[in-house]
Design a protein around this ligand. Structure first.
Ligand SMILES: NC(=O)c1ccc[n+]([C@@H]2O[C@H](COP(=O)([O-])OP(=O)(O)OC[C@H]3O[C@@H](n4cnc5c(N)ncnc54)[C@H](OP(=O)(O)O)[C@@H]3O)[C@@H](O)[C@H]2O)c1
Length: 274
């Protein structure tokens, strides 16, 4: 079966692994949205070689116009007959500045709070609302009709409370808000067979902890200890390859009929985050 995928944020990390695995099947059409098209075209040519079924298109979550152009370009790549089977909202602003510091770090920094909260909400929430609105007509044209937002277990209240995660407040809050937006779209469109749901990719090694300073390493160690208490079988981050395999299994089986509409699940399809 030929399947059409549109994925945001494919320049690196999980997004790049998604386009790598999905475009391995020549019958699939894979459209990857990026901010830096020239750089990503080069990376694709160097690491994946020639893949005529993989199209890199410019699309910035902070620019409605660029997403509108990306939707128009996607339509012209697909032609009149095809729609988008899977829209995967993977791109995100990760807020490196708060990755390993608690909410108390910002006590005397109101302008940092304003700046980081604004950027994370603009990119991770508002940008994805625009993305969903603009690509929905193409999703509605397909037979599969699935929209998956890549969220994070860091936005799960039970996990935060169970192991006291103080880090990543603005990022986590923006992903929690994204989960709500996804549930709203899900409620709106499930009756016409469009499935919207949110999924965490797991804790994935995408190179972010390489070369971090000692205080961040200490914070990371505490976080890992917490995760071990939460999940005694936790053995550290998984690879992008493993994460994508899990996520594909989940989104293949997920359906409106089986009650997946609006859910927020892990890469295992449940609430086990690591
Ligand atoms: N890695 C993990 O452990 C983990 C855990 C939980 C959830 N997640 C989620 O998984 C997804 C991928 O994470 P990752 O680890 O692969 O991150 P990553 O390596 O930092 O990749 C993030 C991607 O998002 C793109 N992006 C950032 N801002 C953008 C914008 N304004 N418009 C369009 N694209 C933008 C980046 O493009 P540029 O190259 O242009 O910056 C990049 O392609 C994210 O949604 C993240 O929240 C990851």
């Amino acid at each position: 079966m030929s399947t059409v995928y549109v994925i945001t944020g494919v320049s690196k990390g999980i997004g790049f692994e998604l386009v790598k695995q999905l475009s391995q099947e020549p019958k699939n059409t894979v459209i990857g949205l990026v901010r830096d098209k020239t750089g990503t075209d080069k990376k694709v040519a160097a690491e994946l070689g020639k893949r005529p079924n993989l199209h890199i298109v410019r699309g910035d979550l902070e620019s409605y116009e660029s997403l509108k152009e990306a939707a128009a370009e996607t339509e012209s790549i697909l032609g009149n007959d095809k729609g988008v089977d899977y829209l995967v909202a993977n791109a995100a602003y990760m807020v490196d500045e708060e990755a390993y510091v608690g909410i108390d770090h910002f006590r005397d920094r109101p302008s940092d709070i304003d700046r980081l909260a604004h950027k994370s909400n603009q990119t991770n929430v508002v940008g994805n609302i625009h993305l969903f609105q603009l690509f929905l007509p193409l999703v509605q044209k397909s037979s599969t009709k699935k929209v998956i937002a890549i969220s994070t277990g860091m936005a799960d209240l039970d996990l935060i409370n169970e192991i006291d995660i103080t880090y990543g407040a603005m990022y986590s809050a923006s992903k929690a808000a994204l989960n709500i937006i996804v549930a709203k779209f899900a409620a709106q469109y499930k009756n016409e067979g469009v499935l919207f749901f949110s999924m965490s990719p797991g804790l994935v090694d995408t190179g972010k902890t390489d070369g971090i300073p000692p205080e961040a390493q200490e914070a990371l160690g505490k976080f890992a200890q917490g995760l071990l208490t939460y999940a005694p079988d936790f053995r550290g981050p998984i690879t992008p390859e493993q994460s994508v395999k899990h996520m594909k299994d989940v989104w293949t089986k997920a359906s409106v009929q089986d009650g997946w509409s609006g859910k927020f699940v892990s890469h295992y399809g449940n609430k086990k985050w690591v």
